[in-house]
Design a protein around this ligand. Structure first.
Ligand SMILES: C[S@@+](CC[C@H](N)C(=O)[O-])C[C@H]1O[C@@H](n2cnc3c(N)ncnc32)[C@H](O)[C@@H]1O
Length: 265
């Protein structure tokens, strides 16, 4: 069953706590760096960006701060209100538009708008029909536009269970598991891999797929308290930025981010 809007709205304070934690900050820093890398010269002009399941605007406000126009779509009203509030507080209200909708039932004007960039970050783990979500996302993108999708990496689950929990039996049992429980939201997470998502993207007519790892080492380091020390965090961020596109490290990172170009015409 897909999660309801309440699942997300009810956990707003835990979500904000997660975003402000070192591992939350790294997720947004890395995603932005990877997007800019994949966009190349395109990032220098103002782009029209659609952020599907954009939540409280963590990605959107960063992109607006770079001069891009971002439309955030989400089903959860409290998340969207927070996104609008964040944009206003940053003086970027004119660049961020918030629309309440299900990503699988987008208003026709958005579905046909031909955005330059479409983001679908951390939604796949809450849906059963990944192919439908990816297809809808690509419908809103112009030919040649950039798509970015991020999700929890199934390959990381057994490693993290072994390293962080020291529970080797559970790690072994989780080798073939395709579900786990979320920590921030009261929800079940579907676990996918970059490889299977890349295959969907290729079948849907995407090219130039880049596979980035989000948090290649952070989650494997068990001393979480140390990550709050500014000097240690700065070193960790440098290392993560160095590893994010350096294979094989992305294959065991906590999350995968794939960027791809929609085929022209
Ligand atoms: C983990 S949050 C991610 C938010 C944002 N993309 C980010 O990474 O910061 C997941 C978001 O997906 C939204 N969501 C889940 N299913 C959805 C659907 N079918 N349509 C629209 N939004 C959905 C939730 O309301 C929630 O805000």
């Amino acid at each position: 069953m897909p999660e309801t809007a309440e699942t997300f709205d009810d956990a707003m304070s835990r979500w904000r706590e997660w975003q402000e934690a070192p591992w939350g900050r790294l997720r947004y820093t890395l995603a932005e760096a990877n997007l800019l890398r994949s966009l190349g010269e395109d990032a220098a002009r103002p782009l029209r960006v659609l952020d599907l399941a954009g939540g409280d605007g963590g990605d959107a406000v960063r992109l607006a701060a770079l001069g891009h126009h971002v439309t955030v779509v989400d089903q959860a009203p409290a998340m969207l209100a927070a996104a609008a509030g964040r944009a206003e507080a940053a003086g970027l209200g004119a660049l961020v538009t918030c629309v309440q909708a299900d990503v699988l039932a987008l208003p026709a004007d958005l579905a046909r708008a031909g955005f330059d960039v479409v983001l679908c970050h951390n939604l796949l783990q809450y849906v059963d029909d990944v192919r439908a979500v990816l297809a809808t996302s690509l419908t809103s993108l112009r030919p040649g536009g950039l798509f970015s999708v991020m999700a929890v990496n199934r390959h990381a689950a057994p490693l993290l269970t072994a390293v962080r929990e020291g529970d080797l039996a559970a790690a072994l049992a989780s080798l073939d598991a395709d579900r786990t429980r979320a920590r921030t939201f009261d929800a079940e997470l579907r676990l996918y891999t970059a490889e299977e998502t890349t295959a969907h993207l290729a079948a849907l007519g995407c090219r130039d797929v880049c596979h980035y790892g989000i948090r290649s080492v952070c989650d494997h380091l068990t001393d979480d308290a140390r990550k709050y020390e500014p000097a240690y965090y700065a070193e960790l961020e440098r290392l993560e930025l160095a590893l994010t596109a350096r294979h094989p490290y992305p294959h065991t990172a906590r999350l995968f981010q794939l960027t791809a170009r929609k085929e022209q015409g």
